[in-house]
Design a protein around this ligand. Structure first.
Ligand code: XIL
Length: 359
């Protein structure tokens, strides 16, 4: 068959549109058609070693967050930047149009010892913080357009709600403002995100943390600090009660402060010893109720799960999160054989059912 130039152009325009807006039932495709982005945390080692995993990520994800490859101890363990692991991810995913999220610049974990000491000292804290943000964001300028600038700064156990992290101790309470201002200057086009966990429960601790988050964002906005969005990590647990209506009200109030909302690390832990099919159904149900609450606000933009297949879930690597019966977690949308679980359908349903937003 020979094509006229016109037919050829028509076909390639359609192909381009399809690439931007896949018509299939992948999570990426459904997200794109409903004005969202869908993605997952990814591991460079597994992407290299496991072609089936790589194919799954490319099929399902429009976004990918390096799970550890951009943390401080991964990029600057010993005073000399090294991005090769994050770059491996970019090389494998970017040509297929997968966008990367940067995670994370300022966190009390994953700090090399030298940085932990330097941050916690008032003479060196400010410069160390600013230099790190500047160097990492400049290196990725144009390649990463959304960054978790500050991660997990809140502690509902403190009277002021602020975690006593190394940066808090060395720089002082305004380290968050310093971080966001430095980030804006380093990459003016990048979206700057404040990211945190432990916000979903109905217990007093979750409630205190929600209030601390609202207060933090309100204060940052009052001082014109360039924070564009809040990342709700959403490490959910079936052992924790969830109130959809009050959580939706919280997300609405948060977005009303003038920030976009992202779900940045969704997964669902459980300790049930029931049949896997029962557990999967419950996990899907919790996922759907949670997402319904979040996507209710028009400023909710993206959903990222913390891993894509149960084969590579941090819940299975970390001692403290091992299930009490030591069987594997079922926390993610695809099982350990890369097959979709009810959780994948739940994510699709939530996106399809959300109030319409611009595509
Ligand atoms: C976790 C990774 O998944 C693990 O592989 C790593 O060992 C520790 O960090 N909140 C965050 C993430 O912001 O960076 C954490 O990721 C999970 C909790």
């Amino acid at each position: 068959m020979t094509l006229s130039r016109q037919q050829f152009l028509g076909l390639s325009a359609a192909a381009t549109a399809a690439a931007a807006l896949p018509l299939d039932d992948s999570l990426r495709g459904v997200a794109a058609r409903h004005g969202f982005m869908f993605g997952a945390a990814v591991r460079s080692g597994a992407l290299i070693a496991d072609p089936r995993y790589r194919a799954l990520v490319l099929r399902e994800c429009g976004l990918a967050t390096p799970e550890g490859e951009l943390k401080w101890n991964a990029v600057d363990a010993d005073r000399g930047y090294d991005f090769h692991r994050a770059e491996a991810i970019q090389t494998m995913l970017a040509p297929s149009g997968v966008r990367l999220r940067g995670h994370t610049l300022v966190w009390h974990n994953a700090l090399p010892r030298w940085a932990e000491l330097a941050l916690a000292t008032s003479e060196t804290g400010r410069q160390t913080l600013a230099d790190h943000i500047q160097a990492v964001m400049a290196a990725w300028r144009g390649r990463i357009d959304s960054w978790d600038v500050v991660n997990e700064a809140l502690d509902p156990g403190e009277a002021d709600g602020m975690r006593r992290s190394p940066a808090f101790r060395g720089v002082g309470p305004d380290y968050i403002e310093l971080a966001f201002r430095t980030a804006r200057a380093a990459a003016p086009m990048a979206e700057l995100v404040y990211n945190d966990y432990g916000l979903e429960g109905t217990d007093t601790r979750s409630d205190a943390k929600r209030r601390a988050l609202l207060r933090l964002i309100e204060q940052l906005k009052m001082r014109d600090t360039p924070v564009d969005a809040v990342g709700l990590q959403a490490h959910l647990s079936l052992e924790q009660a969830f109130d959809q209506r009050s959580y939706a009200a919280f997300v609405r109030e948060l977005s009303g402060l003038g920030v976009d909302i992202h779900v940045t690390e969704l997964d669902v832990a459980d300790h049930s010893t029931e049949a896997v099919s029962v557990r999967d159904r419950r996990i899907a149900d919790r996922t759907e109720r949670f997402l319904d609450a979040v996507l209710d606000t028009p400023r909710a933009r993206s959903i990222v799960t913390w891993g894509l297949t149960d084969l590579y879930s941090w819940l299975n690597d970390w001692g403290r999160y091992y299930r009490r019966d030591l069987t594997p977690a079922r926390a993610l949308p695809f099982d350990a054989s890369y097959r979709p679980k009810p959780m994948a359908d739940a994510i699709r349903r939530a996106m399809r059912g959300a109030p319409a937003r611009a595509v």
